[in-house]
Design a protein around this ligand. Sequence first.
Ligand code: LLP
Length: 463
Amino acid sequence: MSRSAHPAGPRHADVLPEGHYSAPPADLNALDGKVWAQTVTRDAHGVVTVGGIPVTRLAEEFGTPAYLLDEADFRARARAWRTAFGHDADVFYAGKAFLSRAVVRWLHEEGLNLDVCSGGELATALSAGMPADRIAFHGNNKSKDEIRRAIEAGVGRIVLDSFQEIVRVAHIAQELGKRQRVQIRVTVGVEAHTHEFIATAHEDQKFGIPLAGGQAAEAVRRALRLDGIELIGIHSHIGSQIFDMSGFEVAAHRVVGLLKDIRDEHGVELPEIDLGGGLGIAYTSDDDPREPHEIAKALTEIVTRECEAARLRTPRISVEPGRAIVGPTAFTLYEVGTIKPLDGLRTYVSVDGGMSDNIRTALYDAEYSVALVSRSSDAEPMLARVVGKHCESGDIVVKDAFLPADLAPGDLIAVPATGAYCRSMASNYNHVTRPPVVAVRDGEARVIVRRETEEDLLRLDVG
Ligand code: LLP
């Protein structure tokens, strides 16, 4: 790795330009345990290791960019959710955050269920041996083919998202001679405090059937009349990357209100309630996420209290965390290619990936942290913007962060907390191939999703 010098730039300007950052951290070599996977540490030579393996060795073996996933951490987080909710509740991992066959097997072994939202995710789950009755099938516009495949496979539940789908699922199930267990997804009218694109319980958006105006009650009426489906519960998902529990509280209150109305109108007490996912994780040291046991306690208390007040039997609760399980367990390893100091502004650090492996910064203005990981450094902090290699100026991975001023081409840097919605939202923009996911555990590393190659791209292009 070269350590060539580059022109002097705004190393540590007295007056910093506008941005998301707070003051430079006291120690640039420190790795905040809140944002890094559990086994990540810096060894005696200053090299960062994960699962006991130095990132320099992982880069040599698997190349960069690469998502490095700490399997022990993934399993520990999955188990923590499972344990926190106990046997009277179900934890469905939301596969959209990141799904692969290895992940399905870990989830199965750790006793979690799985939420899928497309035929592709369903196929992945089934091919890795997840029992179909532990799968929930989501989506606001499932195709007839997807519905048929899900029912044939015997999925535990289909979450109905529209009036059309109530009839569609009932008909397909009847054609197949089956009775499909379903939940109805409702929108409870909560404004979740998160980015607009990932808030899902306010009324003006595409998901769910609004409680307001009696629409959800009407959906229940129709579902209860159809033979092909068995309505087992109500589902609510209020959004994603949420820290404040009050949105869940309002959602639980309103969903239980609907359960009470259903009991009063139909004499039926629905046995299940799903409160969705959406719990936030730490992307930077400023974020303070809740622990699974705190979340479980809060949600269980809210539902129990509301049900007691409504004189209902407490339904079985389920939750669907995606990001909170996989997000913190992986980081993206990049090699620095070019460094451009812009006087009075900041230094642009270009890496060998970008918006094709992490679209979240461009799409949601997401904040990330970054660290030099192939060595430690005592150089002063330099205000940096980590950018990718794509032909787009919005191709930013980390908007504002401090890196050591002696950073040089060939250095490895890593962006933590990229386990969720990075590989799963990766693209081939500019015909850049998607990075591999390498699982690391107890000194061993194995590719669980291989690097895409140019041959893969050309194979799709049939001329
Ligand atoms: N359940 C349902 C019905 C969902 O729609 C979602 C996420 C989840 C569970 C899992 O949410 P989580 O626990 O992972 O926050 N691409 C965005 C996030 C989109 C979330 C979509 N639905 C991002 O990168 O922030």
